[in-house]
Design a protein around this ligand. Sequence first.
Ligand SMILES: Cc1ncc(COP(=O)(O)O)c(C=O)c1O
Length: 392
Amino acid sequence: MEYRFATHMTTITGNAIREIFKLVGNPEIISFAGGMPSAESFAKHEIADIYKELLDEKGESLLQYGATDGYYPLKVAMVPFLADKGVTATEDGMMIVSGSQQSIDLMCRAFIEPGDVVLVERPTYLAVLHILATHQAKPVGVEMQDDGVDLADLEEKMRAHRPKILYLVPTFQNPTGRTMSLEKRKAVVALAKKYGVVIIEDDPYRDLRYRGEALPAIHSFDDGAHVVYSTSVSKIISPGMRVGVVVAPPEILRKLNIAKQAVDVHTNLPAQAVIAEVLNRGIVEKRLPAVLEEYKVRMHAMLEALGKYFPQEVKCTQPDGGLFIWLELPEGIDTTAIFPQAVERNVAYVPGAPFFCDGTGQNTMRLNFSASNIERIDRGMAALGGLIGELV
Ligand SMILES: Cc1ncc(COP(=O)(O)O)c(C=O)c1O
């Protein structure tokens, strides 16, 4: 049978990281590839107890179909959760989604026609490029500086392309770990207003801060029309439970709701109920400080190892939080081509090219520090630094 797949699906290769995961299932390999919270961070016993308790008490309703916009008690719990991030929202002004990833997909369903330009950071979260491809959108990259997007380049591209959407990860960005400055947060909203663009502020890393002061969300500078705020509990409670939230103007929220009805009807109801309890019982507040302390130690261990084992020609970001450090190697070193050599030395990373929408970035890579202990970080970085040293 010759399947007649949609033309745009024939050119999409799938998420490069998912392919790497298959390769690095071997526990011998020290993987800096994932974007995962550490296994020790999960409150598995508390979560198991809450599942049991809730299913005993309310199994009849929780195992039933639920509302598309979300389980109401979770929405109530999300109001202070969002307020902590500087995002003011009522229960009616949000929708519960199956992870922050779904917010982006639903926004594309609501806004994108084939060929529409979407502005993204350069580099950007690679799964967004995958989502845009499935909607046949045309990503255009905006240059980045250490403190976020280059405003002159952003304005030029808004003027030239008149995009409907600008996608930003302003805090501890994936893949670079960079954070957008306060001035730029205000400026991007002003530009969105001037050019009639909707900003998607994707903010799943915000609570993972190891140093410095938290900055207000871009959403807090909006007049209620130009910023759609999306976050999730993936990095602080569990990515496997697939629970996130999107805050949007009412007109947009209605479209997202219609789109979600077609995609998955609603987010997993028992998972929503359990997350509501995890938030209400203060389990995150109790556990997160120790988790952050450990991530901070791991980040410092990786930065130190970079100084110790890597040639000085290699540039790296100095994040204040999140899960990633971004490396730029000398021109000519192709991190995709050398990946098998790294795996031979029992270390893995994510090559940087898939994070660029324009086929560049061959000499870059993303390293995750949260999922490995400091002994493995040191060993893995020694191996990787040794390999790169031989190539410089
Ligand atoms: C920037 C960004 N957005 C969204 C996601 C997806 O997160 P979620 O589990 O909330 O769907 C990730 C996950 O790594 C991410 O890095």
